[in-house]
Each structure stands twice: as structure tokens, then as C-alpha cells.
Design a protein around this ligand. Structure first.
Ligand code: AMP
Length: 297
């Protein structure tokens, strides 16, 4: 496995791989890798000949009071996981390599970045869109793999790819969860055992909303209320619970066919996000209500 630290080295490696006829699959990460990241690598390996993983804790997507300095890091463990997953190259740049002094260009996906996490974390998606643009130019992949766990981020990146004509196929990968439903996240490391139990309220609330849809509930008010109730039981500090259109991410008042419930809440000082696609049963019968829709299980 090659470990590359400069953009020039990364581009040279990718150019050589492409000249050799290889299709390159790219998995951008901030490290402290877990099985959710590994799943993205496995999907990339299925579709591509060479998998490239980047590990870069991107300072521009953290707000001034957020956890950039204490964000968990584990470079040795990350390398071991990438080796186990058969990754061909790890791109591991420094902050100075990615943001040399004097840089002044930003990428802003204006509308999709506004609401939800964008409203709670001003500048976050500008940082994400900028770093992903730079990473795309460093790696020049054929395909790039992102988790549905970060649903708004995935929508922002699909839009970015279209708007800037990257010609990269963006693939969304369903959320990987612990057996009890907790979505895997590097930030779960911050949770004490008690907080980890309380954190289950996010996935449980979403599952209860899904069950309510099966029983016939359709209004955003009722469905959001179910999630809020679960969160309040564990004293979570709610950033938002929104029912949205899966493509535009516009908030909707009534579930008609498919919608996504987005949740962001703090357990103690740890901010967690989760989401679930909700599908209204077909009028003809409830038996096949989930067919054809990617489920986060
Ligand atoms: P991060 O390192 O948290 O920036 O995440 C890197 C990529 O892994 C992003 O595309 C995330 O959406 C994805 N990811 C993180 N957690 C999960 C998970 N539990 N399941 C699937 N993908 C995930």
C-alpha cells in the first residue's frame, strides 16, 4: 500500500494507475476509521480496480468552537485497516499541503448548504465542498464513495460534482450500524457508556417514526413528534429533527411517497446525526413498501 503525502505524488500515482487502464475508486475520510469507512472501501473495491482512501481532518469544516483539535486520530490503526481492506493508496496530506498560505478560493454549494446542519454549523459545507473539490483534483478518481449517514453532505457533493463537471460517479453507501442500531461514527468515541445508551434514542426514534408510517401516520408534525419524544426522554439537546424531500432536502409537511427524516442532537457535549428514509406503503397493499429504496438498516 502506498502512502502519499503531497498532491503532486498523489496525482502522479493516479495518472500512472489510469494509464495502466485501472479504474480508480476514491473514499475521502477524516480518519479514526471504523467499519462504516471499511464498507465504503469494500463498495469501491467491487466497482473499481484500485481504491484510494484519503485521511485528512479538514480544519475548514469545523467552526471556531468545534472539536477540530480533539477530533480523534489513529494513523497506525487507520493504515492497518486500509491494508486489511486491500487499499492501493492512502493520501495523507498535511494541513499546509492542502491549504498553503495565501489560498483564497472557496467552493460554496449555495442552496443545499443552507438548512439543517448548514444552519447549525455556519461555513461547514463550504469547508466540505472546498476540501472535496481539492481532493477530487488530487486523486482524479472515476468514482467516489460517500456514506448516507451524512445525508446532507452526500446531497451537497452530488450537486458539486454536477455543477463543476467533474465527471466522477458519486456513489452513496447505506449507513453501517452497531447491532443495537447506533450509527457508527468516529465521534462515538467521545461517549461515556451512559451517553452511548442515551445515544440510541436517535436510531430508536427514527425506527419508531418508520413504524408509525406503516400504521398510517403521514404528517411531519406527528412523525417528528415521535422522534422528539424519544430524544427528550434521554435529555438530548436537539439541534433539529426535519422531514425532507430526499433530493432537494426541502422540508415537507406531509409524507407522500418517500421522505428522509434527518436528526441532529447532542448527548452531553457530543453532537450526533442520523437519518432514515421513510416510505409510504403503496395504496394497493403494504407488503412491498420498502422495495427498491435503499434502506439504512
Ligand atoms: P468521516 O471520516 O466521518 O468524514 O466520514 C468519511 C465518510 O465515511 C463519509 O462519506 C461518511 O458519510 C462515511 N461514513 C461515516 N460513518 C458511516 C457509517 N456509519 N456508515 C456508512 N458510511 C459512513
Amino acid at each position: 500500500m502506498h502512502v502519499l503525502e503531497t498532491i503532486a505524488e498523489m496525482q502522479a500515482w493516479s495518472d500512472a494507475a489510469r494509464r495502466a487502464g485501472h479504474r480508480i475508486g476514491f473514499v475521502p475520510t477524516m480518519g479514526f476509521l471504523h467499519d462504516g469507512h471499511a464498507q465504503l472501501m469494500r463498495e469501491a473495491a467491487k466497482a473499481c480496480d484500485r481504491v484510494v482512501v484519503s485521511i485528512f481532518v479538514n480544519p475548514t469544516q469545523f467552526g471556531p468552537t468545534e472539536d477540530f483539535d480533539k477530533y480523534p486520530r489513529n494513523p497506525e490503526g487507520d493504515r492497518a485497516l486500509c491494508t486489511r481492506e486491500g487499499v492501493a493508496a492512502v493520501f495523507f496530506p498535511s494541513v499546509a499541503e492542502m491549504y498553503p498560505a495565501g489560498a483564497q478560493t472557496w467552493v460554496d454549494v449555495s442552496e443545499l448548504s443552507q438548512d439543517h446542519c448548514g444552519a447549525d454549523r455556519p461555513g461547514h459545507f463550504r469547508g466540505v465542498a472546498t476540501v472535496v473539490t481539492k481532493l477530487f483534483h488530487a486523486v482524479r478518481p472515476d468514482m467516489a464513495f460517500f456514506g448516507e449517514k451524512d445525508f446532507q453532505q452526500l446531497a451537497v457533493i452530488r450537486q458539486l460534482e454536477r455543477d463543476l463537471n467533474f465527471g466522477i460517479r458519486i456513489v452513496g453507501v447505506p449507513t453501517v450500524r452497531e447491532a443495537d442500531g447506533l450509527a457508527l461514527s468516529s465521534r462515538n468515541k467521545y461517549l461515556s457508556p451512559g451517553e452511548r445508551d442515551r445515544a440510541l434514542a436517535l436510531s430508536r426514534g427514527l425506527r419508531e417514526a418508520e413504524a408509525a408510517v406503516a400504521r398510517g401516520l403521514r404528517t411531519a408534525e406527528e412523525l417528528i413528534g415521535i422522534v422528539l419524544h424519544r430524544l427528550s426522554e434521554v435529555d438530548a439537546q436537539v439541534d433539529y429533527v426535519h422531514l425532507v424531500d430526499p433530493r432537494s432536502l426541502a422540508r415537507i409537511g406531509v409524507l407522500e411517497e418517500t421522505a428522509v427524516m434527518l436528526v441532529a442532537a447532542r448527548i452531553g457535549t457530543t453532537r450526533l446525526i442520523d437519518n432514515l428514509t421513510l416510505v409510504a406503503p403503496l395504496a394497493s397493499g403494504p407488503a412491498d413498501r420498502n422495495e427498491g429504496v435503499t434502506r439504512a438498516t
